[in-house]
Design a protein around this ligand. Structure first.
Ligand SMILES: [Zn+2]
Length: 470
């Protein structure tokens, strides 16, 4: 999250930080100079992130970590009351709604479309003329949103990352290998190195766009010489390396403390393969550029929702909003006063539970988190979601990656990247599983491919729906 291209608006003058020109200049520079540029940008970023509110909030978050359920509810209530009051007093959208009392029950659901149509209407009057960061997010859904925040909100967010990293004993400047979709060199340039070094933060940034079988040995050699304490980034990029390691029975000469993943959905099976190949646990984080929710795995692989970051509800099948149970996630920011999104339909499905976790944290747990609400395959009048379809591939050991594409009503294409041990039986099983969900009438074409490339932002999409548009 927050890695979107950022435009900083200073006193009404648009200062474009990463224009095509600077990107082109970067790409045409020699590698050693690119490393210097990456380090300078990392240095500036470091000092923007880790100061002021970051330190105060970090201390507060560590203090909260093992509080009782009642104490956490009280903290959440205080923050919620504060943001609701603030929104009613300062945000035109909420002022126009004429909400009588600042209680969450009185706030209507907020759709992506409302944010998309008029983002400035959700901007606080108090921050309107201050230094803001403007992000564009959610491009893969077809309608990218404009989101406003400021440096202070980003610092707060990094305090939550800091608490997350401490779960697996990682500190900010520990050696880190990152696979986060940064364009480090031209996608057609197949000449190593496929990484750049951010000197100040001990961070080696790897390209997610050059992970071909031919290039993977270079990545592995570099990881072995760098020996990162933590590997972070898109799970399916990291999985690509993991699968290569497993297939070629390669053992790494280092063991990271953990692998931190975010931004992409992946199956338990895929998680296990990463853990096997790297010999450590995967810790997944769930968040969004809108700064409305932050949840992350604990030592027991339960994804705890940070109640100091966002207030999360679920909208069940009957249209009721609840604090527990399964449904569409509805989130309220507790940290973004620049653009307070309240009861915002973020577009993900999940389940909230308050079950006891052996880690002793009393934060609610986000379970069964799956795909964007909009991602589905349609068979006749039936719609099947990403989460359901991903089950068809869950038990197939020899399917490294899969993608389902629907370009027409009566047919889907299933792209598979398989190992040499993939059998006809596995294919039959997969088809049987798919048929269970999609019925018999839909034609299923299987295409075995060498790789499924990521989309422009470096992420993989399990379902590409080109025919039905909502
Ligand atoms: Zn836990």
């Amino acid at each position: 999250m927050l890695r979107q291209k950022a435009f900083i608006v200073i006193k009404g003058i648009n200062l474009i930080m990463r224009t095509h020109l600077t990107e082109r200049l970067y790409l045409s520079s020699p590698v050693f100079f690119q490393n210097i540029l990456v380090s300078i940008s990392g240095f500036i970023e470091h000092f923007c992130r880790y100061k002021g509110t970051y330190n105060d909030l970090s201390d507060q978050l560590f203090e909260n970590e093992f509080k009782t359920k009642e104490e956490l509810f009280a903290i959440e209530k205080k923050l919620l009351d504060e943001i609701l009051n603030y929104a009613i007093q300062n945000v035109p959208y909420y002022q126009n709604l004429q909400i009588k009392s600042p209680s969450i029950e009185n706030f209507p659901l907020l759709t992506r479309k409302t944010v998309f149509d008029n983002p400035e209407n959700l901007l606080s009057k108090q921050h309107k003329n201050s230094k803001l960061i403007k992000l564009h997010t959610g491009g893969s859904t077809g309608n990218p949103l404009t989101i406003y925040l400021n440096k202070d909100i980003r610092r707060r967010t990094y305090a939550f990352w800091n608490r997350f990293y401490r779960i697996f004993d990682v500190k900010i400047r520990d050696k880190k290998a990152s696979f986060v979709g940064r364009k480090l060199q031209h996608p057609d340039n197949n000449k190593p190195p496929f990484w750049r070094y951010n000197f100040y933060d001990n961070q080696l940034l790897f390209s997610s766009f050059h992970l071909s079988k031919q290039n993977l040995p270079c990545y592995i050699e570099k990881l072995n010489s760098f020996k990162p304490v933590i590997i972070e980034g898109y799970p399916l990029s990291i999985l690509r390396i993991a699968d290569y390691l497993i297939e070629h029975e390669i053992r790494l000469i280092f063991t990271p403390k953990g692998i931190s993943t975010s931004s992409e959905n992946f199956t338990n099976q895929q998680r296990k393969r990463i853990e096997k190949a790297f010999g450590c646990n995967v810790f997944d984080q769930y968040g969004s550029a809108e700064s409305v929710v932050f949840a992350c795995d604990c030592e027991h692989k339960n994804k705890h929702i940070a109640i100091e970051y966002g207030y999360v509800e679920v909208l069940d099948a009957n249209g009721n909003l609840k604090r527990e149970g399964e449904g569409e996630l509805v989130v309220t920011t507790l940290i973004n006063k620049v653009m307070p999104l309240i009861r915002y339909r973020i577009g993900d499905m999940g389940k909230i539970s308050y079950k006891k976790c052996p880690c002793n944290r009393n934060y609610p747990i986000l379970e069964n988190l799956y795909g964007k609400v909009g991602a589905f395959i349609q068979a006749n009048d039936k719609r099947v979601s990403t989460a359901a379809l991903s089950i068809s591939f869950e038990y197939l050991k020899n399917v490294e990656k899969s993608q389902i594409i629907q370009n027409e009503p009566n047919k889907i294409i299933v792209k598979l990247v398989v190992t040499s041990s993939f059998t006809e039986d596995e294919e039959t099983f997969m088809l049987w599983e798919l048929r269970k969900m999609l019925g018999e009438t839909l034609a299923i074409e299987i295409q075995k491919v060498d790789n499924i490339p990521p989309t422009a932002n470096g992420k993989y999409q399990m379902i590409i729906q080109n025919y039905y548009k909502d």
